[in-house]
Design a protein. Structure first.
Length: 494
């Protein structure tokens, strides 16, 4: 049986009026129902600020391990009012920013994250339904290579990462550079002029790599006898082909003034050399005479062959009895002079005499082995050869007489597992680009892969971007559980 409050009659439109008790119940119960609903839906001065501070403190405390100060953080809650989220024990979204934090041993990194569907299933554990985050590392805070060098990082116009380093000589210990040199001969000065350079399998104009070539270095050749000159020097497979030519001249003034105890003098007439002296002849006594000779090559010696004898007012042929008497008083060795030994391939060609003196023609090509060239140049072991009429000089290692040249590595950073890979794609040296694979075949390099901080399950590094002043590494994951201190570091350890 239903009991209704007593009515006070009908209204003008036929509706039943509420009774006094009903009106009382409505007036009392309505605020009790509306007030909680309003608190869930409408902002409540003081309460929302308190809840935000409380939630912020709980999130901040979870960023640090017990007994350690919490890092400076900026926290913003998304997804509407906090009260209903806290009542159901699940936050819709958190935007977290750590502007200065140490991550994976890298100091002064910046960490930003957007966390969704955040809850705490058990003490010291935060569950995130999904998240996207990034770690930004400034170039000034990038980790140093194991060799202790101090690289300079930058961003190239095409968006790749550049790494400029000054390598130590040890790094270039196995680098081979082959210089192609044109040999310019001017008198006794030989100037090797760099033409091109073979470096890392690529031919480069020498003018572009003057730091490595050392420029032009004239060399003074050994002196030759007067009248003889270097005609050419040509590199070949078996060595340097040195062509010599000319006539070695002995002036009359340098000929001996005493021969076999007799004072002599010289004159030239009609291409013949006259040797004048005084001789004691049988029955004739001491009389002046001149033996007229013709220079002639005799093996490795210069022989003055008597052609006639001028004596007693006549010019007697060498087979004349009077000439024979005179010549019998002379020794054969007085008319012969050994000539200096010549290099292999060069020989004496002719002998003659004129007013300038006795001339011995010399000509030929001698081969000097490459071993006569310096085995070490600028502190580098150097070997020699020939190609296309040019001298090749192959040096191993870095120059030892000057500052090392900087090199610039260009790379597209990537993520491989839990590591940052900075393997170079191109290496620029002496202002010229070379494929990295060709350079790395000869250059000893440091480690190009850097380990990143280990991540909890279901969270992974997804990419890396080169910014104007640093690197930004992206992370993403779903259903990730974080222990205390893991969002801002490696977690808490006993």
């Amino acid at each position: 049986m239903a009991v209704f409050p007593r009515s006070e009659g009908s209204t003008g439109n036929g509706r039943r009026r509420l009774g006094r008790r009903t009106r009382w119940l409505v007036c009392v119960l309505a605020p009790l129902v509306v007030l909680p609903l309003a608190m869930l839906v409408l902002p409540v001065p003081g309460l929302d600020g308190y809840l935000t501070r409380m939630a912020t403190e709980r999130v901040t405390s979870g960023l640090a391990c017990p007994g350690q100060p919490a890092p400076s953080a900026r926290i913003r809650f998304t997804g509407g009012r906090l009260l209903p989220q806290l009542l159901r024990g699940r936050l819709s979204g958190i935007e977290l920013s750590l502007p200065d934090v140490t991550i994976g041993g890298v100091r002064h990194a910046a960490f930003t994250a957007t966390l969704r569907d955040v809850s705490q299933p058990r003490p010291d554990t935060t569950h995130v339904g999904s998240m996207d985050a990034s770690i930004t590392i400034g170039f000034a805070n990038m980790p140093s290579p194991p060799d202790g060098s101090s690289p300079t990082y930058g961003r190239s116009p095409d968006g790749s990462l550049t790494i400029e380093v000054v390598p130590s000589p040890e790094v270039a210990r196995n680098v081979k550079a082959t210089m192609f040199l044109r040999l310019d001969l001017r008198g006794n000065t030989l100037t090797p002029v760099p033409q091109r350079l073979l470096l890392f399998g690529h031919m480069v104009p020498a003018a572009q790599v003057a730091t490595l070539t050392g420029g032009v270095r004239p060399q003074t050749l050994p002196p030759l006898p007067g009248g003889v000159s270097y005609r050419s020097i040509t590199p070949a497979k078996d060595g340097l082909h040195v062509a010599l030519g000319g006539a070695a001249t002995t002036p009359l003034s340098e000929l001996p003034t005493t021969v076999n105890g007799q004072t002599v003098s010289y004159d030239v007439e009609n291409g013949l050399l006259g040797i004048s002296s005084k001789r004691d002849l049988p029955l004739l006594g001491s009389i002046p005479l001149t033996i007229v000779t013709e220079p002639r090559l005799d093996g490795g010696a210069l022989t003055l062959v008597p052609r006639s004898v001028k004596v007693l007012g006549g010019n007697h042929p060498a087979d004349d009895p009077i000439a024979k008497i005179v010549l019998s008083q002379a020794r054969k060795e007085d008319f012969t002079r050994p000539l200096p030994a010549l290099p292999s391939g060069v020989r004496y060609l002719s002998a003659s005499v004129d007013s300038a003196g006795i001339k011995v023609g010399i000509g030929g090509v001698t081969v000097e082995p490459f071993s006569v060239l310096p085995a070490t140049v600028d502190g580098r072991a150097t070997t020699y050869g020939a190609a296309d009429g040019l001298l090749t000089a192959t040096a191993t290692g870095a120059p030892g007489n000057g500052p090392p040249a900087p090199i610039t590595l260009s790379t597209r950073p990537s993520i491989i597992g839990n590591a940052l890979d900075l393997t170079p794609l191109e290496i620029r040296m002496f202002g010229l680009p070379f494929p990295a694979r060709d350079v790395l075949a000869e250059v000893k390099t440091t480690v190009s892969t850097y380990p990143l901080q280990p991540l909890p399950a279901h969270l992974a590094y997804t990419g890396v971007e080169v910014l104007p002043k640093g690197l930004r590494i992206s992370l993403s994951g779903r259903n990730v559980d974080f222990g205390r201190g893991m969002l801002a570091g490696t977690g808490c350890h006993p």
